[in-house]
Design a protein around this ligand. Structure first.
Ligand code: AMP
Ligand code: FES
Ligand code: ZN
Length: 292
């Protein structure tokens, strides 16, 4: 397998009908992300962008590629990590996030949920009788908005990848949850003074691409999965179809980018406990934590 330049290839991307050597792949990947950011106007000059780093390969690649493009787009970059209190796993991903930011010379803010709120994801899940992933999702969504905003962020970037996009699409389409589907966009503008604008620069980049980019750049990241992670059937469906129709996942993502679902604007109240935007009197985070 050879790259167009004649070098030995390290990756084949069927959807682009191309094989790449390390050097050409890095160029291809960075050009794709840059073009995507321009197309969807994900960045504005002079803004402070926080990247939510989980310790995994996707957000590691997201931070690295944004760091390389930060001068071109004239943005200031910081990173943010949440230690969710999931034992040894959380210790390892925090360590990986620290090493990543050290290597890329990006300032990192870590919030330790157990240290600040007295409980971690597992205790909260048990006391609220939720699945750990569901409790974890509420905690992450809340803190990923609140903490970077308080630290002066203008927008928050996450490492959501192509497979995440496809999984969300199937799951929400199949259950008729069009409100959530309308949120599956590369750019989610702020709709409240206390809600940060969210961006997903890797919306069209596959896990395989992110992993290859992270490996070529020798980025520190944790390969182990969270002990509570479950393989989604919808993710598998995406892979099965992709096998028969290369480029299927990409076409789902591009379809979502064009999709214009009009939903009623959410009516925000202020949470009576913490003051964050909420649909009810008390936000889901405070309800969750308050149960413990
Ligand atoms: P997930 O919800 O695990 O699929 O992760 C999606 C994105 O959320 C990642 O690519 C990160 O940008 C962000 N993220 C997930 N976990 C954390 C964490 N513990 N701290 C900060 N950001 C996170
Ligand atoms: Fe949230 Fe595993 S990372 S439950
Ligand atoms: Zn609250």
């Amino acid at each position: 397998m050879l790259c167009r330049c004649g070098e030995e290839a390290v990756i084949r991307l069927k959807q682009y009908r191309r094989s790449f050597c390390s050097r050409c792949f890095v160029e291809f990947y960075e050009n794709k992300v840059e073009g995507f950011i321009r197309k969807h106007r994900l960045l504005r000059p002079g803004e402070r962008v926080f990247v939510a780093v989980s310790g995994g390969k996707d957000s590691a690649s997201c931070l690295a590629v944004l760091k390389r493009l930060s001068e071109k787009f004239a943005i200031e970059l910081s990173a943010f990590h949440i230690n969710l209190g999931i034992g040894e796993y959380s210790r390892r991903v925090e360590e990986a996030s620290r090493r990543l930011c050290e290597k890329l010379d990006v300032e990192l803010e870590v919030v330790d949920v157990k240290a600040v709120y007295g409980v971690g994801v597992e205790e909260v899940a048990k006391s609220s009788r939720r699945k750990p992933c569901s409790a974890c999702g509420i905690i992450k969504r809340y803190l990923m908005n609140k903490i970077p905003r308080e630290l002066g962020a203008d927008r928050l970037a996450t490492g959501h990848n192509l497979e995440d996009t496809v999984e969300f699409f199937f799951k929400n389409w199949a259950s008729g949850n069009y409100f959530w589907l309308s949120k599956q966009k590369p750019l989610l503008p702020s709709n409240h003074p206390k809600v940060l604008t969210k961006i997903k620069p890797l919306f069209e980049r596959s896990e395989k691409e992110n992993e290859t980019y992270a490996k070529i750049l020798n980025l520190p990241y944790e390969e182990g999965k969270c002990p509570h992670s479950v393989v989604s059937r919808w993710r598998e469906v995406g892979e099965i179809v992709e096998e028969r129709v290369p480029g299927f996942k990409l076409s789902i993502a591009r379809g979502l980018e064009k999709l214009n679902i009009v939903v009623d604007a959410p009516k925000f109240k202020s949470c009576k406990v913490c003051g964050e935007p909420s649909s009810g009197d008390v936000c889901s985070f405070c309800r969750l934590i308050g149960r413990v």
